[in-house]
Design a protein around this ligand. Structure first.
Ligand code: AMP
Length: 552
Protein backbone atom coordinates (compact mmCIF):
# COMPACT_ATOMS: atom_id res chain seq x y z
CA UNK A 1 0.00 0.00 0.00
CA UNK A 2 1.41 3.41 -0.92
CA UNK A 3 1.05 6.44 1.31
CA UNK A 4 -1.37 9.13 0.37
CA UNK A 5 0.90 12.14 0.57
CA UNK A 6 1.45 14.61 -2.26
CA UNK A 7 4.20 14.03 -4.78
CA UNK A 8 5.53 17.60 -4.96
CA UNK A 9 8.99 17.51 -6.44
CA UNK A 10 11.87 18.91 -4.37
CA UNK A 11 13.12 21.71 -6.62
CA UNK A 12 15.74 24.41 -6.16
CA UNK A 13 13.36 27.10 -7.46
CA UNK A 14 11.15 26.46 -4.41
CA UNK A 15 14.00 27.54 -2.14
CA UNK A 16 14.25 31.01 -3.62
CA UNK A 17 10.46 31.30 -3.81
CA UNK A 18 10.22 30.50 -0.12
CA UNK A 19 13.00 32.93 0.78
CA UNK A 20 11.42 35.74 -1.25
CA UNK A 21 8.03 35.19 0.36
CA UNK A 22 9.03 34.66 3.99
CA UNK A 23 12.40 36.41 4.17
CA UNK A 24 12.06 38.90 1.33
CA UNK A 25 13.81 41.71 3.23
CA UNK A 26 16.64 39.56 4.52
CA UNK A 27 19.87 40.88 3.13
CA UNK A 28 22.37 39.41 0.71
CA UNK A 29 25.52 41.51 1.08
CA UNK A 30 28.46 41.22 -1.32
CA UNK A 31 31.86 42.78 -1.68
CA UNK A 32 31.58 43.51 -5.38
CA UNK A 33 34.41 42.96 -7.84
CA UNK A 34 33.97 46.56 -9.02
CA UNK A 35 34.75 47.76 -5.48
CA UNK A 36 31.90 48.86 -3.21
CA UNK A 37 29.79 46.75 -0.88
CA UNK A 38 26.56 45.78 -2.63
CA UNK A 39 23.32 45.14 -0.77
CA UNK A 40 20.30 43.25 -2.03
CA UNK A 41 17.76 40.86 -0.50
CA UNK A 42 16.00 37.59 -1.25
CA UNK A 43 13.06 39.34 -2.95
CA UNK A 44 15.35 41.02 -5.46
CA UNK A 45 17.40 37.88 -5.81
CA UNK A 46 14.31 35.99 -6.92
CA UNK A 47 13.34 38.77 -9.29
CA UNK A 48 16.73 38.99 -10.98
CA UNK A 49 17.07 35.18 -11.15
CA UNK A 50 13.82 35.16 -13.11
CA UNK A 51 15.04 37.95 -15.41
CA UNK A 52 18.14 35.87 -15.97
CA UNK A 53 16.08 32.75 -16.71
CA UNK A 54 14.19 34.75 -19.34
CA UNK A 55 17.45 36.03 -20.80
CA UNK A 56 18.93 32.53 -20.99
CA UNK A 57 15.78 31.21 -22.63
CA UNK A 58 16.04 33.98 -25.23
CA UNK A 59 19.68 33.03 -25.82
CA UNK A 60 18.53 29.49 -26.59
CA UNK A 61 19.49 27.68 -23.36
CA UNK A 62 17.46 24.46 -23.11
CA UNK A 63 16.52 22.05 -20.37
CA UNK A 64 19.66 20.14 -19.31
CA UNK A 65 22.14 22.50 -21.04
CA UNK A 66 25.23 23.29 -19.04
CA UNK A 67 26.02 26.93 -18.28
CA UNK A 68 29.45 27.64 -16.80
CA UNK A 69 30.60 30.19 -14.24
CA UNK A 70 34.07 31.43 -13.34
CA UNK A 71 33.24 33.64 -10.41
CA UNK A 72 33.76 34.54 -6.76
CA UNK A 73 31.14 34.67 -4.03
CA UNK A 74 28.77 37.49 -4.94
CA UNK A 75 25.13 38.28 -5.62
CA UNK A 76 25.33 37.79 -9.38
CA UNK A 77 26.75 34.33 -8.85
CA UNK A 78 23.81 33.63 -6.53
CA UNK A 79 21.40 34.76 -9.26
CA UNK A 80 23.07 32.27 -11.59
CA UNK A 81 22.67 29.58 -8.94
CA UNK A 82 18.91 30.08 -8.91
CA UNK A 83 18.26 31.25 -12.46
CA UNK A 84 20.11 28.43 -14.24
CA UNK A 85 19.02 25.49 -12.05
CA UNK A 86 15.54 26.93 -11.59
CA UNK A 87 14.86 26.91 -15.33
CA UNK A 88 16.01 23.27 -15.58
CA UNK A 89 19.49 23.93 -16.99
CA UNK A 90 22.67 22.84 -15.18
CA UNK A 91 24.85 25.31 -13.32
CA UNK A 92 28.48 24.39 -13.87
CA UNK A 93 30.74 26.18 -11.40
CA UNK A 94 34.37 26.13 -12.52
CA UNK A 95 37.21 26.55 -10.05
CA UNK A 96 39.32 29.44 -11.44
CA UNK A 97 42.32 28.27 -9.43
CA UNK A 98 42.73 25.25 -11.69
CA UNK A 99 45.43 25.26 -14.33
CA UNK A 100 44.18 26.97 -17.53
CA UNK A 101 44.41 23.66 -19.48
CA UNK A 102 42.19 22.03 -16.87
CA UNK A 103 39.63 24.83 -17.17
CA UNK A 104 39.52 24.29 -20.92
CA UNK A 105 39.22 20.55 -20.44
CA UNK A 106 36.36 20.97 -17.97
CA UNK A 107 34.37 23.50 -20.04
CA UNK A 108 34.70 21.30 -23.13
CA UNK A 109 33.93 18.09 -21.26
CA UNK A 110 30.83 19.66 -19.73
CA UNK A 111 29.92 21.17 -23.14
CA UNK A 112 29.19 24.53 -21.54
CA UNK A 113 26.91 26.60 -23.80
CA UNK A 114 27.62 29.94 -22.12
CA UNK A 115 30.31 31.04 -19.72
CA UNK A 116 29.69 33.76 -17.14
CA UNK A 117 32.79 35.32 -15.58
CA UNK A 118 33.79 37.89 -12.98
CA UNK A 119 35.97 40.80 -14.12
CA UNK A 120 38.98 39.29 -12.34
CA UNK A 121 38.98 36.54 -14.94
CA UNK A 122 38.69 38.69 -18.07
CA UNK A 123 42.35 38.12 -19.07
CA UNK A 124 41.91 34.38 -18.53
CA UNK A 125 38.79 34.35 -20.73
CA UNK A 126 40.64 36.22 -23.47
CA UNK A 127 43.39 33.61 -23.34
CA UNK A 128 41.10 30.58 -23.19
CA UNK A 129 38.31 31.73 -25.54
CA UNK A 130 39.79 30.07 -28.64
CA UNK A 131 40.11 26.73 -26.81
CA UNK A 132 36.50 26.50 -25.67
CA UNK A 133 34.67 24.48 -28.26
CA UNK A 134 31.02 24.69 -27.21
CA UNK A 135 30.69 28.18 -25.71
CA UNK A 136 28.28 30.35 -27.73
CA UNK A 137 28.92 33.56 -25.77
CA UNK A 138 30.94 34.80 -22.82
CA UNK A 139 29.09 36.96 -20.33
CA UNK A 140 30.99 39.50 -18.20
CA UNK A 141 29.30 39.71 -14.80
CA UNK A 142 29.25 43.50 -14.62
CA UNK A 143 27.49 46.58 -15.96
CA UNK A 144 28.09 48.42 -19.23
CA UNK A 145 30.44 50.97 -17.60
CA UNK A 146 32.84 48.25 -16.42
CA UNK A 147 32.85 46.00 -19.48
CA UNK A 148 36.34 44.59 -20.05
CA UNK A 149 38.08 45.35 -23.32
CA UNK A 150 39.00 41.85 -24.34
CA UNK A 151 38.99 39.96 -27.58
CA UNK A 152 36.94 36.76 -27.57
CA UNK A 153 37.40 36.12 -31.27
CA UNK A 154 34.32 35.06 -33.20
CA UNK A 155 32.39 34.35 -29.98
CA UNK A 156 30.19 37.14 -28.56
CA UNK A 157 31.04 38.98 -25.38
CA UNK A 158 27.86 40.00 -23.53
CA UNK A 159 27.18 42.25 -20.56
CA UNK A 160 25.37 40.72 -17.58
CA UNK A 161 23.45 43.80 -16.51
CA UNK A 162 22.31 44.45 -20.09
CA UNK A 163 20.96 40.90 -20.23
CA UNK A 164 19.06 41.34 -16.97
CA UNK A 165 17.75 44.78 -17.92
CA UNK A 166 16.37 43.64 -21.23
CA UNK A 167 14.16 40.92 -19.73
CA UNK A 168 11.19 40.95 -17.39
CA UNK A 169 10.87 39.01 -14.15
CA UNK A 170 7.73 37.41 -15.49
CA UNK A 171 8.91 33.81 -15.51
CA UNK A 172 7.10 30.72 -14.23
CA UNK A 173 9.60 28.22 -12.80
CA UNK A 174 8.96 24.93 -14.61
CA UNK A 175 7.94 21.81 -12.63
CA UNK A 176 9.90 18.66 -13.45
CA UNK A 177 11.29 15.44 -11.97
CA UNK A 178 13.26 16.18 -8.82
CA UNK A 179 15.98 13.79 -9.99
CA UNK A 180 16.81 16.23 -12.81
CA UNK A 181 20.45 17.42 -12.82
CA UNK A 182 20.83 20.84 -11.21
CA UNK A 183 24.54 21.56 -10.95
CA UNK A 184 27.90 20.18 -11.91
CA UNK A 185 31.19 20.49 -10.10
CA UNK A 186 34.50 18.89 -11.11
CA UNK A 187 36.78 17.47 -8.47
CA UNK A 188 40.36 18.59 -8.68
CA UNK A 189 42.03 15.22 -8.29
CA UNK A 190 45.76 15.31 -7.76
CA UNK A 191 46.27 12.98 -10.72
CA UNK A 192 44.48 12.59 -14.03
CA UNK A 193 41.75 14.81 -15.41
CA UNK A 194 39.14 16.32 -13.10
CA UNK A 195 35.88 14.34 -12.91
CA UNK A 196 32.38 15.84 -12.83
CA UNK A 197 29.98 15.36 -9.94
CA UNK A 198 26.41 15.95 -11.11
CA UNK A 199 23.97 16.98 -8.37
CA UNK A 200 20.19 16.76 -8.65
CA UNK A 201 17.42 19.01 -7.35
CA UNK A 202 16.41 16.27 -4.95
CA UNK A 203 19.92 15.72 -3.56
CA UNK A 204 20.40 19.48 -3.18
CA UNK A 205 17.14 20.10 -1.31
CA UNK A 206 17.62 17.09 0.98
CA UNK A 207 21.16 18.27 1.71
CA UNK A 208 19.81 21.74 2.53
CA UNK A 209 17.52 20.31 5.22
CA UNK A 210 20.60 18.78 6.75
CA UNK A 211 22.60 22.03 6.63
CA UNK A 212 19.71 23.76 8.45
CA UNK A 213 19.33 21.07 11.10
CA UNK A 214 20.69 21.75 14.57
CA UNK A 215 23.12 18.84 14.37
CA UNK A 216 23.97 19.55 10.75
CA UNK A 217 25.43 23.03 10.38
CA UNK A 218 22.60 24.56 12.39
CA UNK A 219 22.02 27.40 9.90
CA UNK A 220 18.88 29.43 10.64
CA UNK A 221 17.06 32.72 10.09
CA UNK A 222 18.83 34.05 13.19
CA UNK A 223 22.19 33.93 11.40
CA UNK A 224 24.27 36.42 9.49
CA UNK A 225 26.38 33.95 7.52
CA UNK A 226 29.74 34.82 5.99
CA UNK A 227 30.35 32.32 3.21
CA UNK A 228 34.07 32.16 2.64
CA UNK A 229 34.09 28.72 1.06
CA UNK A 230 33.86 29.50 -2.67
CA UNK A 231 30.64 29.06 -4.61
CA UNK A 232 32.77 27.02 -7.03
CA UNK A 233 33.84 24.53 -4.36
CA UNK A 234 31.20 21.84 -3.81
CA UNK A 235 28.39 24.43 -4.02
CA UNK A 236 29.94 26.35 -1.13
CA UNK A 237 29.08 23.37 1.08
CA UNK A 238 25.41 23.74 0.14
CA UNK A 239 25.02 26.96 2.11
CA UNK A 240 23.69 29.12 -0.78
CA UNK A 241 20.68 26.77 -1.00
CA UNK A 242 20.27 26.18 2.73
CA UNK A 243 20.44 29.92 3.46
CA UNK A 244 17.37 30.45 1.26
CA UNK A 245 15.62 27.50 2.87
CA UNK A 246 15.94 29.05 6.33
CA UNK A 247 16.27 32.74 5.45
CA UNK A 248 19.75 33.36 6.83
CA UNK A 249 21.38 36.67 5.94
CA UNK A 250 24.13 35.98 3.40
CA UNK A 251 27.47 37.79 3.38
CA UNK A 252 29.65 37.13 0.34
CA UNK A 253 33.29 38.27 0.38
CA UNK A 254 33.98 38.47 -3.38
CA UNK A 255 37.62 38.22 -4.35
CA UNK A 256 39.06 39.60 -1.12
CA UNK A 257 39.91 36.84 1.31
CA UNK A 258 42.86 38.52 3.04
CA UNK A 259 42.75 38.84 6.83
CA UNK A 260 41.84 42.54 6.87
CA UNK A 261 38.94 42.23 4.42
CA UNK A 262 37.49 39.20 6.17
CA UNK A 263 37.84 40.89 9.56
CA UNK A 264 36.09 44.05 8.41
CA UNK A 265 33.24 42.24 6.70
CA UNK A 266 32.69 40.00 9.73
CA UNK A 267 32.63 43.09 11.95
CA UNK A 268 30.49 45.33 9.72
CA UNK A 269 27.86 42.71 8.89
CA UNK A 270 27.81 41.29 12.43
CA UNK A 271 28.42 37.80 11.12
CA UNK A 272 27.83 35.17 13.78
CA UNK A 273 28.22 32.20 11.42
CA UNK A 274 30.92 31.42 8.91
CA UNK A 275 32.21 28.58 6.78
CA UNK A 276 35.62 28.17 5.24
CA UNK A 277 38.86 26.21 5.01
CA UNK A 278 41.51 26.64 7.74
CA UNK A 279 43.89 28.74 5.60
CA UNK A 280 41.55 31.73 5.53
CA UNK A 281 41.39 31.79 9.31
CA UNK A 282 45.17 31.71 9.56
CA UNK A 283 45.21 34.95 7.54
CA UNK A 284 42.46 36.35 9.79
CA UNK A 285 44.51 35.54 12.91
CA UNK A 286 47.56 37.03 11.24
CA UNK A 287 45.72 40.33 10.78
CA UNK A 288 44.48 40.30 14.38
CA UNK A 289 48.02 39.63 15.65
CA UNK A 290 49.50 42.46 13.60
CA UNK A 291 46.91 44.92 14.89
CA UNK A 292 46.87 44.72 18.68
CA UNK A 293 44.79 47.93 18.87
CA UNK A 294 41.71 46.11 17.52
CA UNK A 295 38.87 45.62 19.95
CA UNK A 296 38.32 42.03 18.87
CA UNK A 297 35.82 41.16 21.59
CA UNK A 298 33.56 44.05 20.57
CA UNK A 299 34.06 43.81 16.80
CA UNK A 300 33.65 40.10 16.24
CA UNK A 301 30.44 38.37 17.23
CA UNK A 302 31.17 35.01 15.62
CA UNK A 303 29.41 32.15 17.42
CA UNK A 304 29.81 29.20 15.07
CA UNK A 305 32.42 28.54 12.42
CA UNK A 306 32.26 25.58 10.14
CA UNK A 307 35.78 24.56 9.28
CA UNK A 308 36.49 21.75 6.85
CA UNK A 309 38.07 20.93 3.52
CA UNK A 310 41.17 19.96 5.44
CA UNK A 311 41.69 19.24 9.11
CA UNK A 312 40.97 22.13 11.49
CA UNK A 313 44.11 22.46 13.64
CA UNK A 314 43.50 22.12 17.36
CA UNK A 315 45.24 25.43 17.97
CA UNK A 316 42.59 27.09 15.76
CA UNK A 317 39.70 25.42 17.59
CA UNK A 318 41.19 26.56 20.90
CA UNK A 319 41.86 30.10 19.77
CA UNK A 320 38.34 30.62 18.48
CA UNK A 321 37.04 29.39 21.81
CA UNK A 322 39.44 31.36 23.99
CA UNK A 323 39.73 34.67 22.13
CA UNK A 324 36.38 34.91 20.34
CA UNK A 325 34.01 32.72 22.38
CA UNK A 326 33.19 30.93 19.12
CA UNK A 327 32.54 27.24 18.58
CA UNK A 328 34.31 25.51 15.70
CA UNK A 329 32.06 22.96 14.00
CA UNK A 330 34.68 20.73 12.49
CA UNK A 331 33.06 19.22 9.40
CA UNK A 332 34.12 16.68 6.84
CA UNK A 333 32.82 15.92 3.39
CA UNK A 334 33.76 15.96 -0.24
CA UNK A 335 32.56 17.22 -3.62
CA UNK A 336 31.15 13.74 -4.29
CA UNK A 337 28.99 14.12 -1.14
CA UNK A 338 27.35 17.51 -1.83
CA UNK A 339 29.55 17.77 0.42
CA UNK A 340 28.33 17.15 3.98
CA UNK A 341 29.27 13.86 5.66
CA UNK A 342 30.04 14.53 9.33
CA UNK A 343 29.75 17.46 11.72
CA UNK A 344 31.55 17.95 15.01
CA UNK A 345 28.75 18.86 17.37
CA UNK A 346 29.02 17.92 21.04
CA UNK A 347 26.48 15.65 22.69
CA UNK A 348 24.56 16.57 25.82
CA UNK A 349 26.72 14.30 27.92
CA UNK A 350 29.83 16.28 26.90
CA UNK A 351 28.63 19.54 28.45
CA UNK A 352 30.31 18.88 31.81
CA UNK A 353 33.61 17.68 30.41
CA UNK A 354 36.69 19.81 31.07
CA UNK A 355 37.40 22.08 28.12
CA UNK A 356 40.54 20.15 27.08
CA UNK A 357 38.44 16.99 26.69
CA UNK A 358 35.88 18.89 24.66
CA UNK A 359 38.66 20.12 22.38
CA UNK A 360 39.74 16.47 21.98
CA UNK A 361 36.27 15.67 20.64
CA UNK A 362 36.06 18.79 18.49
CA UNK A 363 39.34 17.93 16.87
CA UNK A 364 37.76 14.82 15.38
CA UNK A 365 35.79 15.39 12.17
CA UNK A 366 32.45 14.68 13.85
CA UNK A 367 29.55 12.27 13.59
CA UNK A 368 27.70 11.20 10.47
CA UNK A 369 24.62 13.30 9.82
CA UNK A 370 21.32 11.55 9.11
CA UNK A 371 21.36 10.52 5.46
CA UNK A 372 25.00 9.42 5.41
CA UNK A 373 25.74 5.73 6.12
CA UNK A 374 29.35 5.27 6.97
CA UNK A 375 31.75 2.38 7.59
CA UNK A 376 35.48 1.67 7.64
CA UNK A 377 36.94 -1.42 6.00
CA UNK A 378 40.30 -3.08 5.47
CA UNK A 379 41.75 -3.45 1.98
CA UNK A 380 39.72 -6.66 1.48
CA UNK A 381 36.46 -4.83 2.20
CA UNK A 382 35.97 -6.37 5.69
CA UNK A 383 34.30 -3.95 8.08
CA UNK A 384 36.55 -2.80 10.95
CA UNK A 385 35.44 -2.17 14.54
CA UNK A 386 34.18 1.23 15.69
CA UNK A 387 36.61 1.33 18.59
CA UNK A 388 38.40 4.60 17.89
CA UNK A 389 41.67 2.75 17.18
CA UNK A 390 41.26 0.59 14.07
CA UNK A 391 41.65 2.67 10.97
CA UNK A 392 40.60 1.78 7.48
CA UNK A 393 39.09 2.93 4.20
CA UNK A 394 36.14 5.21 4.81
CA UNK A 395 33.06 4.34 2.72
CA UNK A 396 29.75 6.17 2.47
CA UNK A 397 26.31 5.92 0.89
CA UNK A 398 23.26 8.13 0.91
CA UNK A 399 20.85 10.22 -1.16
CA UNK A 400 23.28 13.13 -1.69
CA UNK A 401 26.31 10.99 -2.49
CA UNK A 402 27.39 10.38 -6.09
CA UNK A 403 26.71 7.07 -7.80
CA UNK A 404 29.07 7.77 -10.71
CA UNK A 405 30.92 10.60 -12.42
CA UNK A 406 29.59 12.66 -15.32
CA UNK A 407 29.72 10.81 -18.64
CA UNK A 408 30.81 7.64 -16.85
CA UNK A 409 34.40 8.79 -16.21
CA UNK A 410 36.14 6.56 -13.70
CA UNK A 411 33.67 3.70 -14.34
CA UNK A 412 31.87 1.91 -11.54
CA UNK A 413 32.46 3.71 -8.23
CA UNK A 414 30.21 1.83 -5.79
CA UNK A 415 30.79 -1.50 -4.04
CA UNK A 416 28.14 -4.27 -3.98
CA UNK A 417 26.34 -2.65 -1.04
CA UNK A 418 26.24 0.70 -2.80
CA UNK A 419 29.06 2.33 -0.79
CA UNK A 420 31.37 4.92 -2.33
CA UNK A 421 35.03 4.73 -1.29
CA UNK A 422 36.01 8.24 -0.19
CA UNK A 423 39.75 7.66 -0.53
CA UNK A 424 40.10 8.78 3.09
CA UNK A 425 41.40 6.63 5.90
CA UNK A 426 39.65 7.10 9.24
CA UNK A 427 38.75 5.77 12.68
CA UNK A 428 35.22 5.63 14.09
CA UNK A 429 34.90 5.74 17.87
CA UNK A 430 32.19 4.09 19.99
CA UNK A 431 30.30 7.40 20.24
CA UNK A 432 30.24 7.64 16.43
CA UNK A 433 32.88 10.36 16.01
CA UNK A 434 34.96 9.89 12.89
CA UNK A 435 38.55 11.01 12.67
CA UNK A 436 40.38 11.32 9.38
CA UNK A 437 43.76 9.69 9.66
CA UNK A 438 44.85 10.44 6.14
CA UNK A 439 44.13 10.21 2.46
CA UNK A 440 44.75 6.56 1.60
CA UNK A 441 47.50 7.70 -0.79
CA UNK A 442 49.22 9.82 1.87
CA UNK A 443 49.29 7.45 4.83
CA UNK A 444 52.88 6.55 5.76
CA UNK A 445 53.57 2.84 5.80
CA UNK A 446 56.32 2.20 8.31
CA UNK A 447 57.27 -1.43 8.95
CA UNK A 448 53.77 -2.69 8.16
CA UNK A 449 52.07 -0.15 10.45
CA UNK A 450 50.34 3.03 9.30
CA UNK A 451 51.30 6.52 10.46
CA UNK A 452 48.79 9.33 10.04
CA UNK A 453 50.51 12.23 8.30
CA UNK A 454 47.61 14.51 9.32
CA UNK A 455 48.04 13.79 13.03
CA UNK A 456 51.73 14.66 12.88
CA UNK A 457 50.95 17.83 10.90
CA UNK A 458 48.30 18.88 13.40
CA UNK A 459 50.69 18.37 16.27
CA UNK A 460 53.43 20.35 14.48
CA UNK A 461 51.23 23.39 13.79
CA UNK A 462 50.57 23.54 17.52
CA UNK A 463 54.14 24.90 17.88
CA UNK A 464 54.05 28.71 18.08
CA UNK A 465 56.73 29.18 15.40
CA UNK A 466 55.09 26.93 12.80
CA UNK A 467 52.87 28.47 10.16
CA UNK A 468 52.17 25.40 8.07
CA UNK A 469 53.43 21.83 8.12
CA UNK A 470 53.34 18.87 5.77
CA UNK A 471 54.39 15.30 6.50
CA UNK A 472 55.22 12.79 3.80
CA UNK A 473 56.69 9.30 3.78
CA UNK A 474 60.16 8.97 2.27
CA UNK A 475 61.97 5.77 1.42
CA UNK A 476 63.70 3.96 4.25
CA UNK A 477 65.61 0.70 3.69
CA UNK A 478 64.55 -0.89 6.95
CA UNK A 479 61.07 0.52 7.55
CA UNK A 480 59.94 0.96 3.92
CA UNK A 481 58.86 4.56 4.68
CA UNK A 482 59.52 7.02 7.47
CA UNK A 483 57.97 10.46 8.04
CA UNK A 484 59.65 13.66 6.89
CA UNK A 485 58.30 16.90 8.37
CA UNK A 486 58.35 19.92 6.05
CA UNK A 487 57.69 23.25 7.74
CA UNK A 488 57.06 26.92 6.93
CA UNK A 489 58.04 29.11 9.86
CA UNK A 490 55.95 32.10 10.92
CA UNK A 491 57.53 35.41 9.88
CA UNK A 492 60.02 36.60 12.50
CA UNK A 493 59.92 33.31 14.45
CA UNK A 494 62.59 30.69 14.77
CA UNK A 495 62.77 27.04 15.70
CA UNK A 496 65.19 24.22 14.90
CA UNK A 497 64.46 20.68 13.73
CA UNK A 498 65.53 19.05 17.03
CA UNK A 499 63.40 21.57 18.98
CA UNK A 500 60.37 20.63 16.90
CA UNK A 501 60.95 16.91 17.43
CA UNK A 502 61.25 17.56 21.17
CA UNK A 503 57.95 19.46 21.04
CA UNK A 504 56.28 16.54 19.26
CA UNK A 505 57.58 13.91 21.68
CA UNK A 506 54.84 14.52 24.22
CA UNK A 507 52.14 14.81 21.57
CA UNK A 508 52.40 11.78 19.30
CA UNK A 509 53.50 8.13 19.55
CA UNK A 510 57.27 7.76 19.64
CA UNK A 511 57.44 5.69 16.46
CA UNK A 512 55.45 8.40 14.62
CA UNK A 513 58.14 11.03 15.29
CA UNK A 514 59.55 12.38 12.00
CA UNK A 515 63.03 11.13 11.14
CA UNK A 516 63.95 14.55 9.78
CA UNK A 517 62.68 18.14 9.53
CA UNK A 518 63.22 20.53 6.62
CA UNK A 519 62.25 24.18 6.41
CA UNK A 520 60.82 25.72 3.25
CA UNK A 521 59.38 29.10 2.20
CA UNK A 522 56.38 27.66 0.39
CA UNK A 523 54.30 24.49 0.23
CA UNK A 524 52.43 23.43 -2.93
CA UNK A 525 48.61 23.39 -2.80
CA UNK A 526 45.83 22.07 -5.02
CA UNK A 527 43.20 24.36 -6.53
CA UNK A 528 41.01 23.79 -3.48
CA UNK A 529 43.76 24.69 -1.04
CA UNK A 530 44.86 21.22 0.03
CA UNK A 531 48.51 20.28 0.39
CA UNK A 532 49.70 18.79 -2.87
CA UNK A 533 51.51 15.81 -1.47
CA UNK A 534 52.19 14.15 -4.83
CA UNK A 535 54.36 17.18 -5.66
CA UNK A 536 56.11 17.08 -2.29
CA UNK A 537 56.81 13.36 -2.64
CA UNK A 538 58.32 14.04 -6.06
CA UNK A 539 60.36 16.96 -4.70
CA UNK A 540 61.74 14.98 -1.77
CA UNK A 541 61.98 11.54 -3.36
CA UNK A 542 65.79 11.52 -3.06
CA UNK A 543 65.87 13.07 0.39
CA UNK A 544 68.28 11.14 2.57
CA UNK A 545 67.00 10.68 6.09
CA UNK A 546 69.64 10.91 8.85
CA UNK A 547 68.42 7.49 10.00
CA UNK A 548 68.96 5.93 6.57
CA UNK A 549 72.61 4.89 7.10
CA UNK A 550 71.88 3.13 10.33
CA UNK A 551 69.33 1.07 8.44
CA UNK A 552 71.70 -0.20 5.76
P1 AMP B 1 36.91 18.22 -1.90
O1 AMP B 1 36.13 17.28 -2.74
O2 AMP B 1 37.82 19.09 -2.70
O3 AMP B 1 36.04 18.99 -0.99
O4 AMP B 1 37.88 17.36 -1.01
C1 AMP B 1 37.40 16.35 -0.15
C2 AMP B 1 38.51 15.82 0.69
O5 AMP B 1 39.01 16.84 1.55
C3 AMP B 1 38.10 14.71 1.62
O6 AMP B 1 38.03 13.46 0.98
C4 AMP B 1 39.19 14.79 2.67
O7 AMP B 1 40.37 14.13 2.24
C5 AMP B 1 39.48 16.26 2.76
N1 AMP B 1 38.75 16.85 3.88
C6 AMP B 1 37.57 17.49 3.86
N2 AMP B 1 37.24 17.91 5.10
C7 AMP B 1 38.22 17.53 5.93
C8 AMP B 1 38.47 17.65 7.33
N3 AMP B 1 37.63 18.28 8.14
N4 AMP B 1 39.59 17.11 7.82
C9 AMP B 1 40.47 16.47 7.02
N5 AMP B 1 40.30 16.33 5.70
C10 AMP B 1 39.19 16.84 5.15
Amino acid sequence: MLGLMQDRALLISDLIEYAALYHGDTEVVSRSIEGPIHRTNYRELRQRSKQLANALTALGVKFGDRVGTLAWNGYRHMELYYGISGMGAVLHTINPRLFPEQITYIANHAEDQFLFFDLTFAPLIEKLAPTMKTVKAFVAMTDRAHMPKINTGSVDLLCYEDLIDSHSADFEWPQFDEKTASSLCYTSGTTGNPKGVLYSHRSTVLHSFCVCSRDGLGLSSADSALIIVPLFHANAWGIPYAAAMCGAKLVLPGAQLDGKSVYELTRDEKCNFSAGVPTVWLMFFGYVDQNPHLDVKKDIVLERLVIGGSAAPRAMIERFHNDFGAYVVHAWGMTEMSPLGTTGNLLKRHADLPIEKRFDIQQKQGRAVFGVDMKITDDQGKELPRDGHAFGNLKVRGPWITKGYFKGEGGQVLDEQGYFDTGDVATLDPEGYMQITDRSKDVIKSGGEWISSIDVENAAVGHPAVQEAAVIGVFHAKWQERPLLIVIKKPGQDVTGPELIKFLESRIAKWWLPDDVVFVDELPHTATGKLLKTKLREQFKDHKLPTADAAE
